[in-house]
Design a protein around this ligand. Structure first.
Ligand code: UDP
Ligand code: MG
Length: 311
């Protein structure tokens, strides 16, 4: 029978942890009774440098309940790295990653496990609706997924980090050593048989979102720069385009100068291109810088997380 591990990254989640652990334990109990998962299936909470009582809560839970374990990272490494820390250390046949805040419907875990039993290595949880998200978040998400697809990055639409991974896909994931983690782009590149289950996303059970805009932007940029060199090509293409335009422009200027009398020294024709080209150049340098900073971080080969202790 499948030993299932559920990995839950937690950053300042004291408000939701008791409820989350209760629901996960009930679920594991029910699945075990139905003969779907083994008795030693368990939950691993990864404390990603919380400032509140999250770790104390995890320790208490783990002391009372053998099916609960905890991993404490030495500081805040961010959601993707906390998740990775959990995935890389767990034992068991299959692992499901889920957020601590109960926004993802836990009842589809049963469907994930039966899909896995039929021989599927990766089961993506996909949101069927995003009603609870703000209009801004919904629109930006749609545009972002479209942009990624357009650049040739293979992502599952409306899938975040709620998914089941088999043992062999975890082992394959260990071969990837990149520091700029964007797991939802990485997992499809493993190539194992995969499938989708849909669910409705709920409101956060309690507490505030731990993903402020700047963290979301960081993740979004990682998603592009870690998987696609398209922006670099775009810059080169833009350069060629501007060059061709300016060639045509030069011909026109020369022609006016030589063959007509209306060669007025133009202010617009010299100042406008300056602003335009200045803008394009600055933007292009920014994009280059973004890639160089990624190379810089990767060459350091720093650890992606450090585990302080575990229970
Ligand atoms: N999280 C984390 N480290 C961070 C930020 C978030 O481990 O630096 C966890 C958080 O505790 C939650 C999950 O990542 O379990 C998703 O965060 P959240 O629900 O706040 O994001 P949202 O759903 O608002 O996008
Ligand atoms: Mg959430």
């Amino acid at each position: 029978m499948t030993t299932l591990t559920i990995v839950v990254p937690c950053h300042n989640e004291e408000a939701v942890l008791p409820e989350t652990s209760q629901r996960l334990l009930t679920l594991l109990g029910a699945l075990h009774e139905q003969g779907k998962v083994a008795a030693d299936s368990h939950v691993v909470f990864v404390d990603d440098g919380s400032h509140d009582s999250t770790w104390t809560l995890i320790e208490d839970l783990a002391a009372r309940e053998p099916r609960i374990r905890g991993l404490k990272l030495s500081r805040n490494y961010g959601h993707q790295n906390a998740l990775l820390a959990g995935l890389m250390t767990v034992e068991g046949d299959a692992v499901i990653s889920v957020d601590a805040d109960l926004q993802d419907d836990l009842s589809v875990i049963e469907e994930m496990v039966s899909t896995y039993d039929k021989g599927t290595d990766i089961v993506y949880g996909v949101r069927s609706t995003r009603d609870v998200d703000s209009l801004f978040k919904r629109l930006s998400a749609v545009m972002y997924y479209k942009l990624l697809n357009w650049m040739g990055v293979d992502v599952v639409f409306n899938h975040a980090d709620y998914r089941l991974l088999s043992r062999r896909s975890l082992e394959a994931l260990k071969e990837y050593s990149e520091v700029n983690l964007f797991l939802r782009g990485l997992i499809p590149t493993l190539g194992f048989p995969s499938s989708i289950v849909s669910y409705e996303r709920h409101e956060r059970f309690a507490g505030e979102s731990k993903y402020p805009l700047h963290k979301m932007l960081g993740l979004a940029i990682d998603g592009v720069t870690s998987f696609s060199a398209f922006p670099l090509r775009l810059i080169a293409g833009l350069g060629v385009f501007v060059f061709l335009i300016s060639m045509g422009f030069s011909v026109w200027v020369l022609w006016t100068r030589v063959f007509t009398d209306n060669a007025v020294p133009g202010w617009a024709s010299s100042v406008l291109p300056m602003y335009l080209l200045g803008g394009i150049q600055l933007f292009s340098i920014g994009v280059l810088g973004e890639y160089i900073s990624k190379v810089y971080m990767e060459t350091k080969r720093r650890p992606r997380y450090i585990i302080e202790k575990s229970v």
